[in-house]
Design a protein around this ligand. Structure first.
Ligand SMILES: Cc1cc2nc3c(=O)[nH]c(=O)nc-3n(C[C@H](O)[C@H](O)[C@H](O)COP(=O)(O)OP(=O)(O)OC[C@H]3O[C@@H](n4cnc5c(N)ncnc54)[C@H](O)[C@@H]3O)c2cc1C
Length: 392
């Protein structure tokens, strides 16, 4: 398999890398010390530059305002986004890929503005008692004439503090389809309230509030999926997000290895740079070897998606995305741990990249399906398709 990037993709990588290094990295420590806050004017300025480069909404079709990159190109872009801490890479905004399934009316009211950056979307599935198993939701949507009435609470709604609408997954009639339906809800609609802004280990530019939906009445025109078709659309979102999480972990690990190597070559103890000690060499050698493996897996997953032609191909990509997410997230966490160790006491300070990634990368093993859930998916896929069905 040839993993050489095309000239076009190398140019894309250089453009993103240059922007991340010049515009985003200098903001990291300031944003960290401000607990993740980035001045709204600065955010707008950076987003305008990203839009001018044509690198926004990369997963959405051009016809609805996106920039429609291939999955491989999105992996190239997200790898660079992942190399900066505090989620500053999220400024290359990427509304959920599944928004392309919106109705023509929803596209004009929500999706095109989200692609162009004038509206912001978030996605709410998780609840107090429904996390890894999103099929048992307590949030309900009940039909009432031409409307639906939504009642329930959603947890950890990423970007819920900056978004103005949410795609929400609700339990509907269990006898119809998968018993789940997606709706688009304006976050300023009567009955919608951000009830808590919990603090997390990381300090990202967006938060993850808890939302209550109390008898929120919305028209059927805001139903996003078929009745009973919500889970399958959410699964499509998971597939995309898992691949892009793996890509961002590649960027984080590369940055950590580069910075830790440079530090090790300059930090002298016992009369020698610590890079000369084999215990340091082991950490760096293992890290770069594992990064290479994760990179091959992630690019192979993206290419398999770009080339998928049948439902069976798509199912195989699901297993590949689970393996790439599992391996890349666990790899990046190991790399961050080793980088902290190489930096010594400095690696425990919030101004240090390794300290920030050490905290920030932890959630990659939990959200969009924890490492345990990826293993469950991989194992069942193995039983169904055999080893070659998974890795060829
Ligand atoms: C910062 C952050 C942002 C998030 N953003 C969003 C968002 O925008 N939208 C959204 O909908 N959700 C979001 N989530 C929720 C996230 O997807 C869930 O936290 C995740 O799916 C795990 O669910 P849970 O926390 O309820 O853990 P649980 O499902 O309760 O799991 C607890 C533990 O049990 C393990 N476990 C569960 N089932 C099995 C099994 N079958 N076999 C083995 N082990 C198992 C899990 O792996 C985990 O270790 C976010 C979470 C965080 C922390």
């Amino acid at each position: 398999m040839d993993f050489t990037l095309s000239t076009e993709l190398i140019e894309l990588r250089e453009t993103c890398r240059d922007f991340v290094q010049r515009e985003l990295r200098p903001l990291e420590v300031e944003v960290e010390m401000a607990e993740g806050r980035l001045a709204p004017d600065k955010r707008k300025e950076l987003e305008a530059k990203i839009k001018a480069m044509g690198l926004h909404a990369s997963s959405l079709p051009r016809a609805i305002g996106g920039t429609e990159l291939s999955w491989e190109a999105q992996v190239v872009l997200q790898e660079e986004c992942g190399s900066v801490t505090n989620a500053l890479g999220w400024l290359f905004w990427a509304p959920a890929i599944v928004l392309r399934h919106a109705s023509p009316d929803q596209i004009e009211r929500y999706v095109r503005p989200a692609a162009l950056g004038t509206r912001v979307a978030c996605y709410a599935v998780t609840e107090e008692n429904a996390g890894s198993d999103p099929s048992k939701l307590a949030t309900t949507a009940v039909r009432d004439g031409d409307d639906w009435v939504i009642e329930g609470e959603k947890w950890h709604v990423t970007s819920g503090d900056v978004a103005d609408f949410v795609v929400i997954q609700c339990a509907t009639d269990p006898e119809v389809g998968d018993g789940n339906t997606l709706f688009i809800v304006d976050l300023d609609a009567p009955g919608v309230e951000a009830i808590e802004h919990p603090k997390y280990s990381h300090h990202l530019i967006d938060g993850h509030p808890k939302y209550a939906f109390r008898k929120v009445r919305i028209p059927d025109a805001n139903r996003f999926s078929e009745v009973g078709g919500g889970l399958s659309i959410s699964k499509e979102w998971f597939l995309h997000e898992r691949t892009m999480i793996a890509a961002r972990c590649l960027g984080a690990a590369r940055r950590l290895i580069e910075d830790a190597t440079e530090f090790a070559q300059n930090r002298v103890q016992f009369g020698e740079p610590i890079s000369e000690y084999q215990l340091t060499q082991q950490k760096l050698a293992d890290s770069v070897t594992e990064l290479w493996a994760a990179r091959l897996m992630t690019f192979a997953t993206a290419r398999a998606m770009d080339e998928a032609q049948s439902d069976e191909d798509l199912k195989r990509v699901h297993s590949k995305a689970a393996m790439a997410k599992l391996y890349a997230t666990e790899m990046a966490n190991r790399v961050a741990d080793r980088a902290v160790q190489i930096f010594g006491g400095r690696g425990y300070m919030r101004e240090n990249v390794a300290e920030r990634f050490y905290r920030e990368l932890r959630v990659e093993r939990i959200w969009e399906g924890s490492s345990e859930i990826q293993r469950v998916i991989i194992a069942y896929s193995l039983y169904k398709r055999g080893v070659e069905g998974l890795i060829l």
